[in-house]
Design a protein around this ligand. Structure first.
Ligand code: FAD
Length: 456
């Protein structure tokens, strides 16, 4: 008998490690609640993951088996399971997060193990250690074959066990979406039916984001982050569609496949740079003169900076546990550039709030936006006024999340941070004044980063 250790892969379908374990032996599935990993996740994501574990157990029970649920240090727990059930080895899917890799090493030392590449389409170990930029990564990554979805194990290969250890409940401060493979697949089907063929055209359109939350973009990220759907399944469906459409539809579908390559690059970065979540990726000759003003950080967290696009983004994050990519970039840039708060503060806050928190994607994107990461532009600063003008000039997104501005003319909302104070007070007395001056903050950020880079 093989044990299969479920980790960030709470699904039976397209699970390469599980499929490998089931090839020639009976499989005993186990999920281990690891208190140290739990401590690193926000309550919202933890509640979502636990719902996913419950769904997984239901799927196993439907197939006449069960999911063993245990708590503790996975190395010790799984060693115990191997001995209790007289199993010969433990299979698991390779992870890239340093703490999870450490867990793997401890287990590898304790019992015979088999690790399988599942989280990504291309194993980072098969790629070069460093690429100059994303295009170079993409070109090389593109030459590697992408495996087909892994087969679902048949009922006969699952251990005839039962386990009544309850999956604990977790309280979250927001409504948690339905978890599990079926819910993920439903969301994905919605996007395939009406979304993927227009994705490139709508992915930055904030009106579309409000009108068609799943469609304008896929919003599959919470399910991918928890491993409730497999990456090969998404890739295969997107590729199948790419092969049968042409013209605009083909261009749009290709953009979706391209976006998935960013995710792959971020795991690649974390694999070769385990300190990515805590240390600057780029080296700077001089320290970055962060200001780290706690009052400004608190205003940013609450969505009360007086910059409508930033505040709407933070409000979406706080109330939904999700944040659209365009405002995600804007709130991160605003924190690290206009407010000069260290990106690690923002990275931590996102980790607490996001349902799709993923250490590789979060750290790499924070670093990219803070100009400490892989971006080829030395100092990139998003101007939230220009960004709103370009992507939300009808203020559809902003007014969805900032009710104080609902009665204000959209053109005024776009220009809000530059309006005279008395005009702002008349138009929306309850909405905060800007915490920093738009031009001063922009220029100060430019100076601070150029000094850190030794350019001044
Ligand atoms: C500061 C910052 C922090 C971020 N933190 C996370 C995080 O913790 N978890 C996370 O999954 N994504 C993170 N992202 C990336 C991106 O914002 C989300 O993946 C995306 O918004 C999820 O929504 P979606 O599924 O609708 O995306 P879609 O636009 O539908 O894209 C489909 C999928 O492509 C991948 N993808 C798209 N853009 C990116 C990107 N820039 N980087 C990596 N993968 C991408 C994701 O897997 C996404 O689910 C972050 C971005 C920024 C700027």
């Amino acid at each position: 008998m093989h044990v299969f250790w479920h980790r960030r892969d709470v699904r039976l379908r397209d699970n390469r490690g599980l499929a490998s374990a089931a090839t020639d032996e009976t499989v005993l599935p186990v999920f281990v609640l690891d208190p140290e990993i739990r401590a690193d996740l926000g309550t919202r994501q933890w509640a979502f993951v636990l719902d996913g574990v419950r769904e997984l157990r239901r799927a196993y029970r439907e197939r006449g088996s069960d999911l063993l649920v245990r708590e503790g240090d996975p190395g010790k727990v799984l060693q115990g399971v191997v001995s209790d059930y007289d199993a010969d080895s433990v299979y698991y899917n390779e992870q890239y997060r340093p703490i999870r890799r450490e867990r793997q090493r401890t287990l590898d030392d304790a019992v015979p193990t088999e690790s399988v590449t599942d989280l990504v389409l291309v194993d980072p170990a098969e790629l070069n250690e460093r690429y100059e930029n994303h295009s170079r990564f993409y070109d090389d990554w593109g030459t590697h074959g992408k495996p087909a979805p892994a087969p679902t194990p048949d009922e006969g290969s699952l251990a005839d066990v039962s386990d009544d250890t309850p999956v604990p409940d977790a309280e979250a401060d927001i409504a948690i979406p339905t978890a599990g493979y079926d819910a993920a697949r439903k969301r994905w089907d919605t996007f395939l039916a009406d979304g993927i063929e227009t994705y490139s055209d709508t992915r930055d359109d904030m009106r579309a984001a409000v009108e068609r939350p799943v469609g304008a973009v896929s919003r599959i990220s919470p399910y991918l982050a928890a491993g409730m759907i497999g990456i090969r399944e998404l890739w295969a469906d997107a590729t199948e569609r790419y092969n049968v459409v042409d013209g605009d539809a083909r261009r749009n579908v290709e953009k979706y496949r391209y976006e998935l390559s960013w995710r792959e690059q971020n795991y690649h970065l974390l694999y070769y740079n385990p300190d990515l979540p805590t240390e600057h990726y780029k080296s700077f000759p001089n320290p970055i003169a962060w200001e780290n003003d706690p009052t400004k950080l608190a205003a940013w967290k609450r969505g009360e900076t007086g910059y409508p696009l930033v505040d709407a983004g933070m409000c979406q994050l706080n109330t939904e546990g999700y944040l659209h990519n365009r405002p995600r970039q804007n709130v991160a840039s605003f924190l690290t550039k206009h407010l000069l708060v260290d990106w690690r503060e923002g990275e931590r806050y996102f980790a607490e709030q996001l349902l799709d928190y993923d250490q590789a994607n979060n750290a790499a994107n924070w670093q990219w936006t803070a100009s400490t990461g892989t971006d080829s532009v030395d100092v990139r600063i998003f101007d939230p006024v220009a960004q709103m003008d370009k992507y939300d000039d009808g203020a559809d997104y902003v007014t969805e999340y900032v009710p104080e501005l609902r009665d204000v003319d959209p053109a005024k909302i776009v220009d809000w941070p530059t309006l005279p104070a008395d005009e702002r007070a008349t138009l929306a007395p309850d909405y905060p004044a800007p915490v920093v001056d738009r031009d001063e903050a922009y220029e100060r950020a430019q100076r601070v980063f150029e000094r850190a880079l030794g350019k001044r």
